[in-house]
Design a protein around this ligand. Sequence first.
Ligand code: ATP
Ligand code: MG
Length: 277
Amino acid sequence: MELLHSGKVRDVYADGDDLILVASDRISIYDVVLPTPVPDKGRLLTALSLWWFEQLADLVPNHVVSATDVPAEFAGRAIRCRRLEMVPVECVARGYLTGGGLAEYERTGAVSGVRLPRGLVEASILPEPIFTPSTKAPKGEHDEPISYEQVVDKVGAETAARLRQITLDIYCRGAELAADRGILVADTKIELGWAADGTLVLGDEVLTSDSSRFWPAESYQPGRAQFSYDKQYVRDWATGGGWDKRPPAPEVPAEVIEATRARYVEVYEKLTGRTWS
Ligand code: ATP
Ligand code: MG
């Protein structure tokens, strides 16, 4: 198979008309990949994404062809998908204000052109979920927020409206389901693409902790940084040890890796209601 792309965490291969999306056990914090992998992370995120694709199937068709018809060496952490022509927009929905959205709000009072009320702080809940698209930046560059009008210019009014609707529908469904299980979905990013028959299809991964911010509902408190469900432990360890967030990142001790793995298992089990084995 031809390796088309190798991201920080995933590798993408072409196999005939299909793609094989392979999730590794690599973990990145502050956009830097750690030298120490987290065992089972690739399988956990793949299983979570597959579970969400099923939960969302009535909202939007997805690119999954098979979770089992993949090369044996990738078993459990790869998905065979339809190769789509990806829409050149990162479709982000936010229910809470944090990260790049908060920074933009503090500068301009808006996020991706959506005006927000005054006085919002780190982790504030928004009056309603908003669509805050961004560009798909080439490797190594950062995605830039764009306004809805810019999306219209790129893809046309009809497609833009569908991107916004699907993104908000997925966010709302995901957030509602997660909230029942004690997890807040602060924001999430999806990617859509065109199938050969002209339908708009959900691609990439969906509602995983690599594409979304998950917060434990029980400790939610606006006005301060929230606990990151999966990466907080390793982030605190790395920065507490004096790491300046620039590559290379330090080797991570086994107990920190094990605690991090346990968080991924916990998120998977809480959301899906299944037991990880
Ligand atoms: P990083 O995650 O390291 O910041 P990245 O987003 O480029 O970088 P990945 O997420 O690993 O890396 O790459 C997945 C790539 O595959 C993305 O470019 C995504 O748009 C693309 N992709 C996902 N699903 C499909 C599909 N069904 N058809 C075509 N391309 C797809
Ligand atoms: Mg990606």
